[in-house]
Write a protein that binds this ligand. Structure first.
Ligand SMILES: Nc1ncnc2c1ncn2[C@@H]1O[C@H](COP(=O)(O)OP(=O)(O)O)[C@@H](O)[C@H]1O
Ligand SMILES: [Mg+2]
Length: 345
């Protein structure tokens, strides 16, 4: 795991110590009302790498307190670069980033103890056991009480389901176990914010499920979770809010339900009489009608769908299925960008 460095480049503002959820932004000259309800807030955040690559381009991101926030985008869209700026690991070229209401990277020392981070896979000592890796991480934290270290480590191991494998050398861990160990390291202390960069990358479906349920548990405990992914499906399953990135720019952000609601659902009629069904559906105002083997799909009209169904039946169409498929985040993405979500980026 990337341990965000705790170095600070400038002296802190006075009054830094009483950091509490939601109140951080009300302090200091840069604080505003909108930021006080958000744990991450960026304005025009931009990163141009030395080679000239514009990796993040004018990002305005708002992550509400208590959300499970999905930071979605194809590979190369700027997710990791953004996260590294949020964690104070690299300096933005321009723009600002506030985390827990404080400016980054300036307030890194005050902010980072409240943030657990897992960035681009955990850095582990392969020759140490999982447990010893965690003991080492904990010992590196100057705020961690050595007397309660053992208990903290055992709790974290238990939380990610690694107790049974705790004595094994980390180099013998599967990718999923390594990822969970990295998560355990991020969970050694209670956190206000967890930042997980592609936490399910390289995991099998079972491993992905485990991470998802852990994220849900943490969120239920009140931790805001910010997680990046290039998998739409994953974001839909676990996140309350999402932002979509493409080529360094923010395409949209908001509550997942609202984003998906922006796209209409799909009407799906299952029938052996596809030709007749397609004709009736068009007549009924269904748009983009497509007939496949034994089903006809289309964009539902404004009118009552019961009438549409009745019209089908009246025309002698043998209706075996008539459903309105819920719009997905993917539908929203397609509606917004006019293209599919290409994970190859
Ligand atoms: N250290 C770096 N130096 C130069 N270019 C970089 C560096 N890191 C990433 N990039 C480029 O910045 C863009 C965004 O990368 P990244 O933030 O890693 O995206 P993501 O995490 O969404 O896959 C990519 O085009 C990538 O090649
Ligand atoms: Mg990345």
């Amino acid at each position: 795991m990337d341990q965000p460095s705790a170095t600070e480049r400038e002296p802190e503002e006075p009054g830094d110590s009483e950091q509490s959820r939601g109140s951080g932004a009300s302090r200091g000259s840069g604080g505003d009302a909108a930021a006080s309800a958000s744990v991450i807030d960026t304005r025009g955040l931009t990163k141009r790498y030395r080679g000239g690559q514009l990796a993040v381009d004018g990002l305005d991101l708002t992550v509400p307190v208590g959300s499970v926030f999905g930071f979605l985008g194809p590979n190369g869209s700027g997710k990791t670069t953004t996260i590294r700026m949020l964690m104070g690991l690299i300096e933005p070229t321009s723009g600002t980033a506030r985390v827990l209401g404080r400016p980054m990277p300036r307030a890194s020392r005050a902010v980072l103890p409240h943030v657990g981070a897992l960035i681009e896979g955990p850095a582990l000592y392969g020759f140490l056991s999982g447990r010893d890796n965690l003991l080492r991480y904990d010992a590196a934290d100057p705020t961690a009480d050595p007397r309660t270290r053992r208990a903290r480590v055992e709790t974290a191991l238990d939380r990610v389901g690694l107790t049974a494998a705790a004595a094994k050398k980390a180099r013998a861990y599967s990718l999923g176990m390594k990822q969970r160990l990295g998560l355990a390291a991020a969970l050694l202390q209670p956190r206000k914010l967890l930042v997980l960069d592609e936490p399910t990358n390289g995991l099998d479906p079972q491993g992905m499920r485990e991470i998802r349920s852990l994220v849900r548990e943490l969120a239920a405990d009140g931790t805001t979770v910010f997680l990046s992914s290039h998998l739409l499906d994953e974001i839909e399953q676990v996140c309350t809010h999402a932002a979509v990135m493409a080529q360094g720019r923010l395409i949209t952000q908001g509550a997942v339900a609202d984003l998906a609601a922006g796209a209409r659902g799909l009407l799906v009629v299952t029938t052996p009489d596809t030709g007749e069904a397609a004709r009736v559906l068009k007549e009924q105002g269904v748009a983009d009608v497509v007939a496949a083997e034994d089903r006809v799909t289309g964009e539902p009209p404004e009118r009552d769908l019961a009438e549409v169904n009745a019209a089908l039946v009246a025309a002698g169409v043998r209706v075996r299925g008539f459903v309105l498929e819920r719009a997905s985040l993917e539908d929203a993405f397609v509606a917004l960008t006019g293209e599919g979500f290409d994970v190859a980026g």
